[in-house]
Design a binder for this molecule. Sequence first.
Ligand code: AMP
Ligand code: ZN
Ligand code: FE
Ligand code: FE
Length: 284
Amino acid sequence: MMTSRVDLHTHSTFSDGVLSPTELIDLAYRRGVRIMALTDHDTTDGLAEAFAAAAPYPDLTLIPGVEISTDIPGSEVHVLGHFIDWQNQEFQRRLLHMRQSRLRRARKMVDKLAALGKPVSWERVQSLASEGAVGRPHIARALVEAGHITTVNEAFNLYLSRNGPAYVEREHLTPAQVVEIIVAVNGLATLAHPRDLGQLEEFLSQLMTAGLIGMEVYYQDYSPEEVQRLRAVAERFALIPLGGSDYHGLGGPQEREPGDVPLPEEPVERLLALARERGALEAV
Ligand code: AMP
Ligand code: ZN
Ligand code: FE
Ligand code: FE
């Protein structure tokens, strides 16, 4: 596939990605990406390094971003925030709270695995997460290392997916609250990877009231037919059809390299125009 010049969804070691922000930006730039967002889970701690890494590339625009997840009955909902005023103190306080909640949740999942006869060391999970926001991929890697299974994907399929025996729900924020948290820091909120969400349209109405402006349409292994369906939904709701690779560097069947997503320029221009209107583009 041709590399897109834009990638609005990536992860680094500051959450559950395997590349540091510097390595990630160098890789994306080498691949031809010229507009990119770092969207780590529940943290912006990688952004300072990312901006330093982007500085030597005058033709690279780095968008400060974040991805915040919530559970709803039956599925999970992830929301991306782009052009966030990430240094806002109240916002940082909220993110810290979310990361502390991630630690409690991961600990419970590790306890469940032990009860299932698949023990992994909590210290090892924490050290895999290093300075970053801990998540299921870290537990999955610990399971592989412990020899219980052979791939991260298998860890999700057998234990850690939403319906898996070691899954633990997040402590609750509603998706609308997540959108509001992003909007409160002047961010542009986009619903991430919506393909498998039931009652998508009902849900979109609620999120648009909270301030949602976009929806991921171009994403990883979404087929042309799925893209077309989601594009039509986005159009009906006047949401900008965005997307990204969601690169983590973990390997596996869905993995795409940075920029490896058929995101057209036109919706990106609309996102940038909104950011410009809010004075957020000059601030980057
Ligand atoms: P958490 O934020 O702890 O709930 O973990 C969710 C993260 O796990 C997602 O953001 C994905 O990056 C990753 N993930 C979900 N399913 C899989 C899978 N089958 N294989 C690898 N990573 C996955
Ligand atoms: Zn992730
Ligand atoms: Fe996600
Ligand atoms: Fe993601």
